[in-house]
Design a protein around this ligand. Structure first.
Ligand code: HEC
Length: 419
């Protein structure tokens, strides 16, 4: 009881004190909003002055209370990720009280120092920059998913410790996924589609798994969505890029108005020393499901069992569904089922805000534990994103009207020693 009173006593002066923009709100917007809400970026307005914050205060209150903003998807308590830009409950309350108090400005002297302007690449100049060979102009007013083939031009195996993306046009590039093509299949797809690149939706349109795992090759290099910051893999860990690879860059474009040419760049950072472990992507996926037409809540489960003797660590995770997905939950279950560890949970799935999430600390995945993925789909008319009208049974596939239930697990093997 005593501790409750102490807690109330500690909080009361805060509540009584007025919340000001310059002291309390501007630093929060700087950390949690401005990576997207700045000029010429994906968000529709810049949150960089008192005047704009004041003009938008009611929308801000609404958008943060129904948790549409900021668009950080993982639910807290299910895995701890780097670069988390979600608001805590206290931060949400602080912004709400500020709006309720009439959004006072406060003293200019309290304003935080402006963000230090970063160089163009947040990790410094990349070792190799790949760029779309020519600009591409996506259509206005509809989504487009397009793959571009970027030859790496190296006859040797390369080890990559980080990748970064600089969108050519930040207002229209909604998300990017990087796949690896060691055989040239992507070039055939490109040749068959007029204009730069080729249309592709869920994956890159060719089989990325073909033998890559056995060779320890990377089949994807990660992804990017607005607001994400590039990070290096833990020291000693790298992605193995096979000789003569192409990086296939899948871009989701959405152009609100006007057409603008885009020429997005990819930066590759090579490992400085010979790595000790390779990051491999193993998929926990279900390939044989059918989602009945009209089903509002249909669950599909997929699982991956860590093979005997192959104790592993989970570095990052990339959950993936298409437009019917509403929830995705991934857990690891120990042999015998006694311990269940939450890996990630996204309760309001949005295809437009997908990407890889990197754990603050790699998680142990002991041999014979099971990674279990539960996907929930809404294949009825009540799902405004349902691409089929009338609704129809849906199976696994790469098209817009097909579905996926997959978690790509970025793991290292405890026993691997390349050095
Ligand atoms: C990762 C990028 C990103 C971050 C971070 C972000 N926003 Fe947004 N915001 C957007 C985009 C994009 C839109 C346009 C609507 C959409 O596409 O969902 C938007 C729209 C809005 C809107 C307009 C109303 C609406 O809901 O569409 C408000 C208000 C808003 N954001 C407030 C905030 C606040 C406050 C923060 C920080 C606490 C924040 N946003 C952080 C990308 C972001």
């Amino acid at each position: 009881m005593r501790s409750v009173w102490l807690a109330i006593a500690a909080v009361t002066p805060l509540l009584a004190q007025s919340v000001t923009y310059t002291r309390d709100i501007a630093p929060l917007f700087q950390q949690k909003c401005r990576q997207c809400h700045r000029s010429n970026d994906i968000a529709p307005f810049a949150l960089d002055s008192y005047e704009t914050a004041f003009d938008w205060k009611d929308d801000i209150k609404l958008a943060i209370s129904d948790q549409r903003m900021p668009p950080w998807k993982p639910v807290s308590g299910h895995g701890e990720f780097r670069g988390d830009f979600s608001l805590t409950n206290e931060e949400r309350d602080l912004i709400t009280s500020w709006v309720n108090q009439g959004a006072p400005k406060g003293d200019d002297a309290d304003l935080p120092a402006d963000e230090i302007p970063e160089g163009e690449w947040s990790l410094g100049e990349p070792d190799l920059t790949l760029q779309m060979p020519e600009p591409f102009t996506p259509p206005t007013g509809k989504d487009m998913y397009r793959c571009f083939v970027l030859p790496v031009g190296s006859a040797e195996t390369k080890f990559i410790s980080a990748t970064d993306i600089i969108p050519g046009d930040r207002r229209t590039v909604h998300h990017v996924v990087l796949f690896v093509d060691p055989t040239g299949d992507s070039e055939k797809l490109d040749a068959a589609d007029p204009g730069p690149g080729y249309n592709c939706f869920g994956g890159p349109g060719f089989d990325i798994y073909g033998g890559a795992l056995l060779r320890g090759d990377a089949l994807a290099l990660g992804g990017w969505a607005p607001g994400t910051r590039a990070t290096h893999l833990p020291s000693g860990v790298a992605l193995q890029l096979p000789p003569n690879s192409r990086v296939v860059m899948q871009i989701h474009y959405f152009v609100r108005r006007g057409t603008v040419a885009d020429q997005t760049r990819v930066g590759l950072y090579f490992s400085k020393a010979q790595p000790e472990k390779r990051l491999m992507f193993v998929p926990a996926l279900d390939t044989r499901f059918v989602i009945p037409a009209g089903a509002e809540r249909h669950s599909v489960t997929a699982s991956f069992i860590v093979p005997p003797l192959f104790d592993a660590h989970l570095i990052n995770i990339f959950p993936h569904m298409h437009l019917l997905g509403t929830e995705i939950k991934v857990e690891s279950v120990s042999l015998g089922g006694r311990n269940v560890t939450p890996l990630i949970y996204i309760d309001k799935w949005d295809f437009n805000w997908q990407g890889p999430y990197t754990y603050v600390k790699p998680l142990a995945l002991p041999a014979l534990s099971t990674v279990r993925v539960t996907c929930t789909f809404n294949n009825s008319d009540s799902n405004p994103r349902n691409p089929s009208n009338p609704v129809k049974p849906v199976r696994r596939g790469e098209g817009t009207e097909d579905e996926m239930c997959i978690a790509a697990l970025g793991i290292t093997l405890d026993r691997e020693r390349l050095r």
